[in-house]
Design a protein around this ligand. Structure first.
Ligand SMILES: Cc1ncc(COP(=O)(O)O)c(C=O)c1O
Length: 399
């Protein structure tokens, strides 16, 4: 029998493979393209013990739909830890999800009707943008600078939308700390202003704080949530601080919003067994010591990459040194298109992601994202050197 054509749901967009999805997985490459934690920093031994303790101590309940005590312990830990960012919530305002990617998805679908507007940063995190596209949002982007999203441009656009009778966005999606890919953080005054605008114009803010804990200077600016608790959905994750394979993230919002988002779970929960393991882990592991180890390593990797970039590129490129997170966002001269560099760099042995992949409009060709999180010192030094060779050869061709 021949297969008949089938019409799939239109909302499944024809997504181009951008960002990480496009990053090559060739194992012989030095992967500056991977926005992933370094595997040797996972609390491996402790996780082994925690997984077996979850079964041995909590028994079969740990494998039931609701789990044993694990889910409550994890929710309480999140609520407690959030105080660092001036977020003071009850546990019923914390929803644990399958990674923060699921929280982004559920939050977006809770807020958006097809055809609604979502405003994002330029550049932005492609995983979120694809999720908004799948929710059939119309996406508009606003530039960032060294202090994060340029709120004054957002404000102008809101005023203009009201003036000409255009729709207001249902939400603005923003990464307040150690932006992916920009590496920058949103200043306190801009956080406050965005929160005021959310009330004034009645939109939500999706505050995606995936890198919050990886603050190299231990500085925690209050979350936007703090300034507009009824209009912010705050999102974060265990992926960068424990391990992404645990697949646990969370959303924090008003109890009403959490109840709505929760309907997507249809009575079930994000992996209770993973939550049991994390709950056990927190009993064995000193989180502060573990975090100290992560920060020490990532900060040192950042410094090595910065030094190598200065050594090999000199004044040829500019970048802001990130105070946390995983990424350095390189700015090349105006006439450079980093997409044209990708293949040659791959052939020479290094991968990175071209800047245009992080924008919803055709722009950003002169930028590139390098991740310092995954590679060791030797790889970072070697990779930057290779990239510089590739760039110099590219420059000699376009002259
Ligand atoms: C800004 C940002 N948000 C969300 C995520 C998703 O993380 P996870 O689903 O692993 O929690 C990532 C992953 O790289 C990210 O960079």
């Amino acid at each position: 029998m021949s297969l008949q054509p089938y019409s799939f749901a239109k909302r499944v967009p024809a997504l181009s493979p951008i960002g990480a999805a496009q990053a090559t997985s060739r194992s012989d490459l030095i992967p500056f393209s991977y926005g992933t934690p370094s595997s040797d920093l996972f609390p491996y031994q402790e996780l082994q013990e925690a997984a077996s303790a979850a079964i041995l101590q909590e028994g079969r309940d740990s494998l039931q739909y609701a789990g044993a005590d694990g889910p409550q312990i994890v929710q309480d830990w999140i609520a407690n830890r959030s105080k660092l960012r001036s977020i003071h919530v009850q546990s019923n305002q914390v929803l644990v999800t399958y990674g923060s990617q699921q929280a982004i998805d559920y939050a977006a679908r809770t807020l958006l009707e097809p055809g609604d507007h979502a405003w994002v940063e330029a550049p932005t995190y492609f995983g979120a943008v694809n999720t908004f596209k799948a929710a059939e949002a119309i996406i508009t982007s606003f530039p960032i600078d060294e202090n994060g999203l340029q709120i004054e441009l957002v404000e102008e656009a809101l005023k203009e939308a009201v003036r000409v009778g255009q729709p207001i966005p249902k939400f603005v999606y923003v990464m307040p700390n150690f932006h992916n890919p920009g590496g920058v953080s949103l200043s306190l005054s801009r956080r406050k202003r965005l929160a005021e605008l959310a009330y004034e114009y009645n939109f939500f803010i999706l505050e995606d704080d995936a890198y919050a804990e990886l603050a190299f200077e231990r500085e925690h600016i209050p979350a936007i949530y703090n300034f507009a608790p009824e209009r912010v959905i705050y999102l974060s994750s265990f992926s960068k601080i424990i391990a992404p394979g645990i697949r646990l993230g969370w959303a924090i919002a008003s109890a009403d919003v959490i109840r709505r988002i929760n309907t997507f779970f249809q009575g079930s929960m994000a992996s209770v067994f993973s939550q049991e393991i994390v709950a056990q882990l927190f009993q064995k592991l000193s989180f502060e010591d573990h975090l100290e180890m992560l920060i020490t390593r990532y900060k040192s990797s950042r410094d090595i990459m910065v030094e190598a970039l200065r050594q090999h590129f000199g004044d040829g490129i500019t970048f802001q040194i990130p105070n946390g997170g995983f990424f350095i966002w390189l700015k090349f001269p105006d006439h450079v298109n980093t997409a044209d560099l990708v293949q040659d760099a791959n052939e020479r042995g290094v991968s990175f992601i071209a800047g245009n992949q992080f924008f919803v409009k055709p722009e950003g060709a002169r930028y590139a994202r390098l991740s310092f999180s995954y590679c060791n010192e030797e790889q970072i030094r070697k990779g930057v050197e290779i990239l510089a060779h590739s760039y110099n050869s590219y420059l000699s061709k376009i002259k």
